[in-house]
Design a protein around this ligand. Structure first.
Ligand SMILES: Cc1cc2nc3c(=O)[nH]c(=O)nc-3n(C[C@H](O)[C@H](O)[C@H](O)COP(=O)(O)OP(=O)(O)OC[C@H]3O[C@@H](n4cnc5c(N)ncnc54)[C@H](O)[C@@H]3O)c2cc1C
Length: 523
């Protein structure tokens, strides 16, 4: 993945088969699908890959127990199948995780177990493990810091967990390997039309300021919560198709809730589920579901949402947490498809919608990270039919993603490097060839200078934020530490990208300003 090479491709290509707008899960899924079908594919992302919602999820590859309760069996079944495929195709970034649902009355565990057996049954051969009833002692053995008072037992079930923005990087790499051309920091600013039909896009390189007119047979709008903005550019449409809802997550130290198992709180006071999940050696708590009007790239948490998460976690934990224990707060916007007159976003369907608009634009909304692949398959099928291109079968169902490594192969790299999959050995080789690259970017964390260089050279990282937010997840794990690591990351990048001291200083300042928004005192 080389940005200069992709820029040259734009200049050299007269007409693309597919132009995809948006480099989140949906857009990258489409780029991989179209590229692997042999279609000449270009993807343009205004900021960095996964800058939007796709780096801000709860990190679950799941069917969604909650959707089962809502009776959306079709969505749950599709998601469970996709869960199974993803765990096979990208075992270095996705793995099985056990969840405990605690019960406080004797009948509760049977009630939950019944639903969860059904959930497991729907996954068929792709089941990740047997749902089990737990006694009080067994529940506490798995989660020793759970409040024991009145606990009667629980149910253990299995789902998937992943690193969302690392998977995005791997999707981008795989799409490139399959022949697609991808660019971050190039935003679409308008459309080229003939007789009302889209023939291409106008785009601007956010790094150099260069503008482009790019021609394509079909354009896909995969811009998540920003889809209506693009829709307006394409159709002059004022109608909203998205009902955004924000979800807040808090990250705290793992010692507050030890164990390798996640807690699933089945019913919060507003009738939702809430998770406490081990993630990269920290504990991830969330999420909320608050309808919002304002769509921004850096949504802010509301104090009520933070209080809500802390309050519910404390009900289930023997050691209570407060504001000062929160290492990072991050917020994502759900691109929920607007349906009918439903106002409560928590009960809005998570299904995806793919529409061909009068201008020929393929408009994709809704969906979940877990179902990105099937959503892309449907979108590309529809786009091929709409553009009258030669029909070809989708190839992504069993396609191994970049970094794939056999999960039972004993990796001889430090465990945290295993997230890079097969690339881990190459990073380690770099370290062996120059020992100074083993130096850490922060004394409290294992991340090395070698990774930063790797990300600039192979993962299209352009800014300090690209490194510390989405390739190494330090901003999401510990915002203060990320701010402390910023100057050293900026210095390594400046050398690698041949930038001046002023660039280095500006990058550090920009990142620290952004990271302050992930600290709780910035409310
Ligand atoms: C709080 C929360 C928790 C979630 N948890 C889970 C979970 O655990 N599991 C799960 O399966 N799903 C989860 N989801 C859902 C999942 O994260 C989303 O469905 C998915 O990430 C949406 O991806 P996307 O590509 O459609 O949107 P995005 O990731 O937002 O990508 C859209 C991209 O388009 C770009 N863009 C915008 N305008 C332009 C333009 N003019 N030109 C070029 N690019 C542009 C943006 O910069 C952005 O990067 C969660 C969602 C939220 C909000």
């Amino acid at each position: 993945m080389q940005r200069d090479h992709s820029l040259q491709q734009i200049k050299d290509t007269l007409q693309w088969d597919f132009i995809i707008i948006g480099g989140g899960a949906t857009g990258l899924g489409c780029a991989l699908d179209a590229g692997s079908r042999g279609l000449k594919t270009l993807l343009l992302e205004k900021y960095d890959f996964a800058k939007g919602t796709s780096s801000r999820s709860t990190k679950l590859v799941h069917g969604g127990v909650r959707y089962l309760e809502q009776g959306n069996i079709r969505l749950v079944r599709e998601a469970l199948f996709e869960r199974g495929r993803l765990l096979k195709n990208a075992p270095h970034v996705c793995h099985t995780l056990a969840f405990v649902v605690p019960s406080y009355k004797w009948w509760q565990k049977w009630y939950y177990a019944f639903g969860l057996w059904w959930y497991e049954f729907l996954s068929g051969k792709l089941s990740l493990g047997k749902t089990q009833l737990l006694s009080k002692n067994e529940a506490l053995q798995n989660l020793p810091d759970m409040a024991a008072e009145k606990l009667s037992g629980g149910v253990m079930y299995f789902d998937g967990q992943f690193d969302d923005s690392r998977l995005t990087v791997n999707l981008a790499q795989t799409a490139t390997e399959q022949g697609a051309t991808l660019l971050n920091y190039v935003g679409v600013t308008g459309f080229i039309k003939e007789d009302g039909i889209i023939k291409g896009v106008k785009a601007t390189d956010g790094i150099s300021g260069t503008t482009f007119e790019i021609f394509g047979k079909i354009v896909i709008n995969a811009t998540g919560v920003f889809a209506d903005e693009v829709l307006q550019m394409a159709e002059g449409n004022k109608e909203q198709t998205i009902s955004p809802s924000q979800g807040v997550h808090l990250v705290v130290d793992k010692h507050f809730f030890r164990g390798d198992v996640a807690l699933m709180i089945p019913k919060t006071e507003d009738g939702r589920v809430l998770f406490a999940i081990p993630w990269h050696d920290k504990l991830l708590l969330g999420t909320t579901d608050t309808p919002v009007e304002n769509i921004t790239t850096e949504p802010k948490p509301l104090k009520d949402e933070i209080d809500f998460i802390i309050h519910h976690f404390n009900l289930y934990a023997s050691t209570k947490i407060g504001y000062s224990d929160v290492l990072s707060v991050y917020v994502g916007l759900r691109p929920l498809a607007k349906t009918g007159t439903e106002k409560k976003t928590a009960v809005m369907p998570r299904d995806h919608h793919i529409v061909v608009l009068p201008s020929g634009l393929i408009h994709v909304t809704g969906g979940k990270w877990t179902t990105y692949r099937s959503m892309a398959e449907h979108a590309v099928d529809k786009a091929i039919a709409s553009a009258g291109l030669k029909k070809q079968a989708c190839k992504t169902q069993h396609m191994q993603l970049h970094g794939w490594i056999e999960s039972n192969v004993e990796s001889n790299v430090e465990s945290y490097l295993s997230i890079y999959g097969s690339d881990a050995a190459l990073i380690k080789k770099q370290i062996e060839s120059e020992v100074s690259l083993a130096e850490k970017i922060h004394p409290k964390y294992p991340y090395t200078k070698a990774e930063v260089i790797w990300m600039v050279q192979h993962e299209m990282a352009i800014t300090v934020e690209d490194i510390l937010a989405r390739r190494i997840r330090l901003l999401f794990l510990d915002a203060k530490a990320a701010m402390e690591a910023a100057p050293i990351v900026a210095a390594i990048m400046a050398t690698e990208l041949k930038k001046e001291a002023a660039w280095e200083k500006q990058q550090t300042e920009d990142f620290q300003k952004l990271a302050a928004g992930y600290l709780i005192y910035d409310l």
